[in-house]
Design a protein around this ligand. Structure first.
Ligand code: UGA
Length: 437
């Protein structure tokens, strides 16, 4: 069986690596020539644990990487995993996916195999029915459900655990018409992921499931962030003990209750905005979703307020930001709250030094010489007047009184409560802990 994967970002390249390492005949396609050249050499364009290892195994087996879509002409399955970035009004930009399916449609003309096309990209409800399906039928002159299959197959992997999540998903969603193609797809996924629930539904429900999933996760985070703000006003209260305890109630669940500086990354903020925009267009006032977003934005403002309270005017103050990646074990800084914080502090003319174990190079692309970059945590803290921990990297839990010795003024704002139990000899403020100095 020949499998083509279109778009080699986090989702596409993880799927490519996992399937090809298993020995499947995989063709990875991307429009970016440079990216393809590197991937062909076994080099991933981004850091993701375990990915390069599997990619290299795949390349030694049957994996081929190319920019040439026409190579998909004898594919049995085509997975579309291109990005659907955000427009300024919150809606999603469909040009990339439209171009990809146009080309796939043209190649479909000569494909005699009646392939199944899976859309993994996140698209708002109705996009399959109203946009993708008509493009494919028009370009190919073929009929969906008869000459080729078209299935909505949303993805739930998380960056930093992308390989594990691709190998062991918690669910597989197949959205489409009940045809032989759905049966074939079900068999494929049952073999690939035995014992994983497979939900078969229509396109629009599958599209909505993806938004429901991400917006619920965002809601959990904003909920605990709001509680953490209340906790800060209660002397002695600890948001982590509260999260741990309510998380034991199976109706609540323990995950995504880690209070912090707000959710970032390339997915939750974008999907929340797209769903809010979609609800508004549909005539529904998304009161809850708007509140979730508002809490998220205010969370960062709160960190700036605390910083101002501790330092006064921020002009020329030397502030260290520990962590610019949007979460640990990734070098991804897209929609990172740490990056947002730096932008806001620079506007107030603070002098910024940053440290991040993986994301320095990506951060340099944004700020160039406007900020300083430190290789070690010690260097980052040297002469600093205030350190703000933004990303929950394991390295930061090793910070101790010796490492902070060279700080000019020992003020630490810990947005992830990494140092709560460390007896740090500093003016220490942890988000979500009441009765701080
Ligand atoms: C998210 C979803 O978790 C995935 O299921 C989904 O497939 C993916 O988006 C996507 O749509 O592609 P991801 O963007 O990799 O995955 O990141 P998350 O692990 O969800 O973290 C998002 C943000 O929330 C980060 O800034 C993180 O620090 C923050 N977060 C997460 C918290 O502040 N507290 C938590 O308890 C959990």
């Amino acid at each position: 069986m020949k499998i083509a994967i279109i778009g080699l970002g986090f989702v596409g390249l993880s799927l490519t690596s996992v399937l090809s390492a298993k020995g499947e005949n995989v063709l990875g396609i991307d429009v970016d020539t440079n990216k393809c050249k590197n991937i062909q050499k076994g080099v991933s364009p981004f850091f993701e644990p375990e990915l390069e290892k599997l990619l290299k195994i795949g390349l030694k087996k049957k994996l081929k990487i190319s920019t040439n879509f026409s190579l998909t002409k004898d594919s049995d399955m085509v997975f579309v995993t291109v990005g659907t970035p955000q427009r300024s009004n919150g809606s999603i930009e469909l040009s990339m996916i439209k171009n990809a399916v146009k080309t796939i449609g043209k190649v479909l003309i000569t494909n005699k195999k009646n392939p199944i096309i899976f859309i993994k990209s996140t698209v708002t409800p109705g996009t399959m029915q109203n946009i993708i399906l008509p493009i494919l039928e028009k370009e190919s002159g073929k009929k969906a459900g008869k000459d080729f299959g078209l299935i909505s197959n949303p993805e739930f992997l998380q960056e930093s655990t992308a390989i594990k999540d691709t190998k062991f998903p918690h669910v597989v969603v197949l959205g489409g018409y009940e045809t032989v193609f759905i049966k074939k797809a079900k068999n494929f996924f049952m073999k690939l992921h035995p014992n994983v629930p497979i939900i078969i539904t229509n396109h629009q429900t599958a599209e909505m499931i993806k938004y429901a999933n991400n917006s619920f996760l965002a809601t959990k985070i904003s909920f605990i962030n709001q509680l953490s703000n209340i906790c800060q006003k209660i002397p002695g209260a600890n948001v982590d003990d509260i999260a741990k305890t309510i998380g034991l109630d199976p109706r609540i669940g323990k995950l995504f209750l880690n209070a912090g500086p707000g959710y970032g990354g390339s997915c939750l903020p974008k999907d929340m905005k797209a769903l809010i925009n979609f609800a508004n267009i549909s005539g529904i006032n998304p009161t809850l979703l708007n509140a979730v977003e508002e809490i998220n934005t205010k969370q960062l403002e709160q960190i700036i307020l605390i910083t101002k309270r501790k330092l006064g005017d921020l002009k020329s103050k030397r502030i260290t930001i520990l962590g610019t990646a949007f979460k640990p074990d990734t070098d991804d800084i897209r929609d990172s709250i740490g990056i947002e914080l730096i932008k806001k502090l620079l506007k107030r003319k603070a002098k910024i030094t940053i440290h991040d174990p993986k994301a320095i190079e990506n951060t340099k692309m944004i700020f160039e010489d406007k900020i300083n970059y430190a290789k070690t945590i010690g260097d980052a803290l040297s002469k600093s007047q205030c350190a703000i921990i933004m990303t929950q990297w394991r390295e930061y839990s090793k910070i101790n009184n010796k490492i902070i010795e060279k700080m000019d003024t020992k003020i630490i704002i810990d947005s992830r409560r990494i140092l709560v139990d460390k007896n740090i000899d500093a003016d220490y403020h942890a988000i979500g802990i009441g009765n701080n100095k």
